[in-house]
Design a protein around this ligand. Structure first.
Ligand SMILES: Cc1cc2nc3c(=O)[nH]c(=O)nc-3n(C[C@H](O)[C@H](O)[C@H](O)COP(=O)(O)OP(=O)(O)OC[C@H]3O[C@@H](n4cnc5c(N)ncnc54)[C@H](O)[C@@H]3O)c2cc1C
Length: 478
């Protein structure tokens, strides 16, 4: 058995682990990166990348069918060749994979070990045939799909995000358990590619988002033919007599049996803590919420940090990467860098896209108390670029203090994921609403909707009787 002693040992080569390992080794730390599965983790192999590639194909299929809006002939509905769509998705993964590969990281000076890591003490672990001691450890083992305790689920075939992108045939009728971001994105993608799709959601669609933009998305999904059941509890699933799956659903006292050909479980995530033997390392965790960390991302063992999905804080690639930066500053530079959660953005990549940063209106109201808040809005229907592109379904909504400090923003509509950047910057940098209102925005762009929403902050004061009187008075001086 080989024994290694290094400065930094990173467990998990997904978004968080890769960022820590690349940074640490380029800063001169002797670094080991341990990966039990595929390099690149969930995002590259079973998450962001394949889902966005599938959605791109789905949106293209929809655009072909919808040519008439622009005075073009509509393309045929049967133009989708699902096997080639699958190959396109694989091709995108393969195009990005070299960035995350073992070879690239070895080239950066990282020792990459392809094995499962298991702690054997507070300062050591074992990975395959290697025993390893390190000055600091970073746990970045991510999350896995949660499997809800639905009677019968263990006796029917079902997909999760780890298997669904391997399908080479279009499902005839996809039943999706879960109406969170993953469920919504995949439901729309499969529907636009020609499958029948039913979403079964125990609460409401996208429960973490502001209900106002979610409603717009809900209406769009329904208008495209997605069957959507909310407040619907799946009480059991079973194999159907003629093949396929039957889901038994209870909704507001009604019971229904819904048959489909293929089942996708997208009912949340669980942190990957199993097999790490965290007890030996003195790292506190729970199976549900993951590894407990402080504001510097230190675990209960001060030499061990945790980043990304395994902490259960935020489950986004960009947050794993952000947290990696905080850990590098703490672990290598010994700077007391703290996480700042004021400007955490997220996007659901449906059409329309739904993007959010900072506080929702409801959160802002609760925190503001008697001081109150201002809610600013601008509809895409009053944006010339949205009109030109026939993408008028959408709006910008921002929440500020009465004095114009920006607390949060939500955008639903075309390219909302790009438009939210401005608001993430503004909140992160403590800019006031005037900074956005006074910005010169190029015409015609969707981004003008953000400027107009910000400008609406001043409208009540600007167009008040008092201002009119002032203008009339100044007019007296020639
Ligand atoms: C379908 C889907 C779509 C998504 N879309 C988006 C999106 O559009 N935007 C976004 O920001 N986020 C998205 N996410 C979330 C994003 O994928 C995760 O937040 C991100 O991958 C988390 O990175 P991570 O480094 O924490 O973990 P991961 O990327 O999961 O990496 C963890 C790695 O650790 C390895 N590992 C686990 N245990 C061990 C062990 N004991 N020893 C060694 N290795 C181990 C695993 O094999 C894995 O490779 C999506 C997720 C899914 C499922």
């Amino acid at each position: 058995m080989e024994t290694l002693t290094v400065d930094l040992c990173v467990i998990g080569a997904g978004a968080g682990g890769l960022t820590v390992a690349a940074g640490a080794s380029q800063l001169g730390a002797k670094t080991v990166l341990i990966e039990a599965g595929e390099m690149g983790g969930d995002c590259l192999n079973y998450g962001c990348v394949p889902s966005k590639a599938l959605l791109a194909a789905a949106h293209a299929a929809k655009a072909m069918r919808d040519g008439a809006r622009f005075g073009l002939a509509n393309g045929p509905a049967e133009a989708v060749d699902f096997r080639r769509v699958h190959d396109h998705v694989r091709g995108v993964i393969e195009a990005i994979a070299p960035q995350d590969s073992g070879e690239r990281f070895e080239g950066l000076g990282v020792r990459v070990i392809r094995a499962a890591a298991r702690f054997t003490g507070p300062r050591e672990l074992q990975a395959g045939e290697i025993r390893l001691r390190a000055r600091r450890f970073v746990i970045a083992t991510g999350s896995r799909p949660a499997v809800p305790p639905i009677p019968g689920l263990d006796r029917v075939p079902y997909h999760t995000n780890e298997t669904i992108f391997g399908l080479t045939d279009l499902p005839e009728h996809l039943l999706v358990i879960g109406g969170g971001p993953i469920g919504c994105e995949l439901a729309q993608a499969y529907r636009r590619l020609g499958a029948r799709v039913t979403i079964l959601e125990a609460a409401n669609l996208l429960p973490k988002d502001d209900p106002e933009p979610v409603d717009l998305l809900r209406r769009r999904l329904r208008s495209e033919g997605v069957d959507l059941y909310e407040q619907a509890r799946v009480t059991a699933v079973e194999n159907a007599a003629g093949g396929g799956i039957v889901a038994h659903v209870e909704q507001g006292g009604d019971r229904k049996a819904i048959a489909g050909s293929t089942l996708l479980v997208a009912a949340g995530r669980r942190p990957t803590v199993k097999g790490l033997n965290l007890e030996a390392a003195g790292v506190a965790y729970t199976e549900r919420d993951g590894i407990a960390v402080d504001h510097r991302l230190r675990t209960t063992n001060r030499r061990i940090y945790a980043v990304g999905d395994v902490t259960g804080r935020h489950r986004f690639t960009h947050m794993a990467a952000y947290e990696a930066g905080i850990v590098i500053r703490n672990a290598l530079f010994r700077l007391p860098a703290k996480i700042d959660d004021r400007a955490v953005p997220w996007v659901t990549f449906t059409d329309p896209e739904l993007a959010h940063v900072g506080l929702t209106e409801a959160q802002a109201r609760t925190r503001a108390g008697r001081g109150g808040i201002r809610v600013l809005r601008w509809p895409f229907a009053e944006n010339d670029r949205a009109q030109a592109e026939r993408a008028t379904d959408g709006f910008v909504k921002a929440v500020t203090t009465p004095r114009g400090r920006i607390l949060g923003a939500t955008i639903v509509g075309a390219r909302a994921g790009e438009l939210i950047h401005l608001w993430a910057l503004a909140i992160g940098q403590d800019l006031k609403i005037g900074a956005i209102a006074n910005m010169i925005a190029p015409y015609p762009t969707l981004g003008e909707a953000s400027k107009r929403a910000a400008g609406s902050f001043y409208m009540p004061a600007l167009f008040s009787e008092r201002t009119r009187r002032l203008v009339r008075f100044l007019g007296l001086f020639g």
